[in-house]
Design a binder for this molecule. Sequence first.
Ligand SMILES: Nc1ncnc2c1ncn2[C@@H]1O[C@H](COP(=O)(O)OP(=O)(O)O)[C@@H](O)[C@H]1O
Ligand SMILES: [Mg+2]
Length: 510
Amino acid sequence: MRGPHNIWRLIRTGATLERTGAMPVLLDAVEAPRLTRMAIRGLVWPFQWLGLKGDETLPPVPRALQAMGPAYIKFGQVLSTRPDVVGSGLAVELRVLQDKLPPFPVEVAKAEVEKELGRPVDALFSMFSEPVAAASIAQVHQAQLRESGDFVAVKVLRPGIERAFQRDIDTFYLIASFLDAVSPSSRRLKPLDVIEHFEGVVLGELDLRLESASASEFAANTETDKGFTLPRVRWALSARRVMTLDWAEGINAAEVEAIAAAGHDMTQLAQRVLQLFLKHALRDGFFHADMHHGNLKIAPNGDIIALDFGIMGHLDEYTRRVYAEILFGFIQRDYMRVAEVHFEAGYVPADRDVNAFARALRAVGEPIFGMNAEQISMARLLSYLFEVTERFGMETRTELILLQRTMVVVEGVARTFDPRMNIWDAAKPVVETYIADSIGPRAMIADLQRTARVLGRFGPRLPALAESALIRLSEERDPAPRARPWPAVGWMAVGAGLATAVAAVIAGIA
Ligand SMILES: Nc1ncnc2c1ncn2[C@@H]1O[C@H](COP(=O)(O)OP(=O)(O)O)[C@@H](O)[C@H]1O
Ligand SMILES: [Mg+2]
């Protein structure tokens, strides 16, 4: 799929980026050298009339992405969660991208459901509504089951969306390999990795079985969480392109006044939403990573209902423990302890000065704890912390960035419920409970038991494993360099071709 027939899409993309003024911003972001910059812009400039104009009220980059359609919009949204990649300014700018699209007709949705589930819609449902929500990848209908009379939500992928996305992702790969070839200084940004990350996120959303699986895993983890409900997956009515969940009745979390008018305790709701998120991240290592208002409802009994399991975050157990200790250290304002945890975990290279690091951490913590209770933000603490750790040589980790980003959103939601909320007071008990359960003596016994179980399983194979590990160690070499899908030579050929075309056009005009 990756070949010259994509060149037209590439030209169109380049032209739109140039026409909307997004090109220089992006070239800045990838730190393209001056010559490359001039070459690219010189090449694209004559074609800019082929580009889309976009919505002039938007800043250049969101404007270009919005104009180029769903995959680009989605790409922008994913990048907005990666300030480590695009810088915090652009990340904030990209948050304006909303993937609201006109819905497709209910008849089309019904046909998709029949095709996927293999039975006529009328046989399954006694009612199937017009779409209640529509986004770039899927839309949602309300329906009623013929058999039981239960109400359900049916999420249906847009027809043909997989192919449309695949085409655009191919173009993204082309652009990324181009940048990789012409702009080695952009290695910090690793364009191909960024596209791979994006492809992973999107492929996950294009298979609703994965979302169903996330929903059911999340439900199993949180079964005993008080005041929290998830809609049940109806597996028999779900497939790759259709997902059916119990209908969740409630008030949208954005309608704060309606929630208050219904008599719910706003202070309590604010605390609960934050504590639930932290509990899921720390206790389960599996958290809802898209907890904005639109994906939350408040049930008539006051329960918080979460919807939309397309983006979930994972943290392995070790990372959870390290981060709980770090947060705990901050809560106690024990900066030396926080510094030591980073060194013990190997996050910060051992040759750095632990005292200087502890001092930098104090500079992160003290101003935040000096603020009024209602201004203290855990998300901000984490974001400052990552800045400092990066300065001290720690590698950026996608899952932590996602955690921090989600924390921003969750704090925002909590503060709309209770603007005066003290985030730290709400967070403290969750962190402390986790520490007590996971780092104390009880946890040590559990760890030993688990280790013994694993060793027991491997018992008969241990000698052979040890031997092969030793052999591998002694043979260890540098990893092979990564192959580029589009070598620089290919790009030169494309460039030469385009330049000739431009020259011919100019010659024709003259
Ligand atoms: N189980 C459900 N019960 C009630 N409404 C739902 C349910 N699932 C989705 N919705 C509605 O449909 C909207 C879009 O669904 P969502 O899963 O968030 O899709 P998207 O991934 O497109 O955001 C939600 O904001 C909510 O209003
Ligand atoms: Mg949603």
